[in-house]
Write a protein that binds this ligand. Structure first.
Ligand SMILES: Nc1nc2c(ncn2[C@@H]2O[C@H](COP(=O)(O)OP(=O)(O)O)[C@@H](O)[C@H]2O)c(=O)[nH]1
Ligand SMILES: [Mg+2]
Length: 301
């Protein structure tokens, strides 16, 4: 019996649908998804089985023009994910087409593509008429030599199985890299922090989600089978703390409730979640915050 295994990096602009595709491939939510850009901050691996092949998908932060240290570290992590992978899948949004951001990614791809298979996945095909897709596919293939082009809807599942089968066949012969029942390699405490950050991102407006971070400080397994999880939400200003707390603490309470429900589902047991909001004006410049997120601090230099 020949087994295959390897890494498939999903890259693209923010919001292309990378995390949605990863979750669908894995069959569980391992990477958080919101309608806002730059939700994913680090490389997240999710494991999918296809026949005798183990496909390790690497979700990456979106590729964009970075400004802050955190942005630079995120973009470095995204390109790093691509450079380490056996196969790269570039995800494009069907309805947005070849944006300036896509042009920049195509330039970067030329560099890292050497010796690697690169496939194109035109995502969100549910949002455009079919006749538009062919033109977009041709235009993209004229700019870069993709091994294959897939038309998919990560959200609805169209074309996803074809893509998975093709990836499985393209991967090198290799023993599996993870135990068969493992679906993610992010530590549970990080997944738990990500779930809370997702709920915050969904509830808070404008720039605030980009100016906070969540860390799991303590995780206690209780005798009754439940878990007590203590998390800290770091914000940069007193005013932000007030917004996160909300009137009489309503916002943070709602966030905590939503996060707890999802955590209980994920862990399949009772969870006691305690959230604390702390002001830390300089957290974006603290090396420890980056290691908590799984990012290299130096990459942000
Ligand atoms: N209409 C549509 N929306 C999608 C599709 N895939 C993802 N989305 C949405 O696009 C947004 C960004 O998705 P996400 O996976 O977080 O993108 P990422 O930033 O590339 O990881 C979310 O609101 C998703 O629900 C799709 O196939 N069709
Ligand atoms: Mg994402």
């Amino acid at each position: 019996m020949t087994t295959r295994a390897g890494f498939v990096a999903l890259i693209g602009e923010p919001n292309a649908g990378k995390s949605t595709l990863l979750n669908r491939m894995v069959g569980a939510k391992v990477s958080i998804v919101t309608h806002k850009v730059q939700t994913t901050r680090t490389r997240i691996r999710g494991v999918a089985m296809e026949g005798e092949a183990q496909i390790v998908f690497v979700d990456t932060p979106g590729l964009f023009q970075p400004r802050r240290r955190l942005d630079r570290a995120m973009v470095a992590a995204a390109w790093g994910g691509a450079a380490d992978a056996d196969i790269v899948v570039l995800m494009i949004e069907a309805h947005r087409g070849i944006t300036e951001g896509v042009e920049r990614i195509l330039e970067g791809l030329a560099e890292i593509a050497k010796g690697r298979t690169v496939a194109l996945a035109i995502n969100k095909i549910d949002r455009v008429p079919a006749e538009k897709l062919l033109g977009l596919s041709e235009a993209l293939n004229a700019r870069f030599e993709f091994a294959r082009t897939f038309m998919i809807s990560a959200e609805r599942g169209h074309g996803v199985e074809d893509l998975r089968k093709w990836l499985a066949a393209e991967l090198p012969e290799s023993p599996w890299l993870y135990p068969e029942d493992q679906i993610a390699d992010l530590p549970m405490r990080m997944i738990a922090a990500e779930i809370t950050r997702e709920k915050l991102t969904l509830r808070l407006h404008q720039e605030l989600p980009y100016q906070l971070t969540v860390e799991t400080e303590n995780w206690e397994e209780r005798k009754d089978g439940s878990a007590r999880i203590d998390q800290v939400i770091y914000v940069m200003r007193d005013g932000h703390k007030g917004i996160v707390l909300g009137k009489r603490g309503e916002t943070v309470k709602a966030v905590g409730q939503a996060a707890r429900v999802e955590l209980e589902e994920f862990l399949d047991r009772k969870v006691h979640l305690f959230l604390q909001v702390k002001v830390r004006p300089n957290w974006l410049e603290e090396a420890e915050r980056y290691s908590e997120m799984g990012l290299d601090f130096k990459d942000g230099n």
